[in-house]
Design a protein around this ligand. Sequence first.
Ligand code: ADP
Ligand code: MG
Length: 242
Amino acid sequence: MLQLEQVSKAFQNKSILENISFTVEEGEFVTLIGPSGSGKSTLFSLIGGLLSPDGGDIQLKQQSILNQTGFISYMPQEDTLFPWRTVVQNILLGQELYGKVNQIKAQEMIDKAGLEGFTHAYPHELSGGMKQRVSFIRSLLSPQRLLCLDEPFSALDELTRMDMQQWLLSIWKQLNSTILFVTHHIEEALLLSDKIIVLTESPATVKDILHIPFSRPRTTSLLLTEEFVMWKKHLLRMIWTS
Ligand code: ADP
Ligand code: MG
């Protein structure tokens, strides 16, 4: 579905991304993991067409999408809610742009994300984690099939994070969508992904691509299995030596 071929990017002559190549298949859950500052958000901006690479190509369904916005649903790392719009108005924004609004689905997602009672609240009335969940729902309800999520759970405490991970997995299955995900969190990457792309320190290259074999559906009890702990050690060592 998505294919990156030898994508490179420098800022002010400093190389950030070097020859990044990988694919995301239809329906796959793929996670990018790499040190802070390695260029993960930059990579998303390139895929989203907000930045232009210095070399290489990015294709969606065999068509180049370089410098073109609107092909993916992109949830940036920073909070992008409009302060003058309520929770539900913010959520429906992605759909409004495409002229198709499903208010009932939006309310359903608001409730599922534990935001019942906040439908008509404004962003300043919400905690950081709640705001994050609102922009998350907005991305999920956009009509594009490929969702790019940049550290969506980073502002959440561990227990809420675990709930949201399960919620994301169920939504991913229900919506039959394809997800490209960024996280620093090793257990999160292992629990969620079909495939993990490990980036090296700056300038980032693809260090390895891991195929995660755990059967689905995956629940948090997977975290306690020996196989999981083995994978965790493996991934940790790989990141420490990157
Ligand atoms: P990550 O998301 O992996 O933490 P980023 O993609 O945000 O990393 O940043 C990678 C590197 O590129 C950092 O060193 C950052 O300072 C630099 N960088 C990001 N955006 C710009 C920009 N617009 N101009 C110059 N440098 C940038
Ligand atoms: Mg980032």
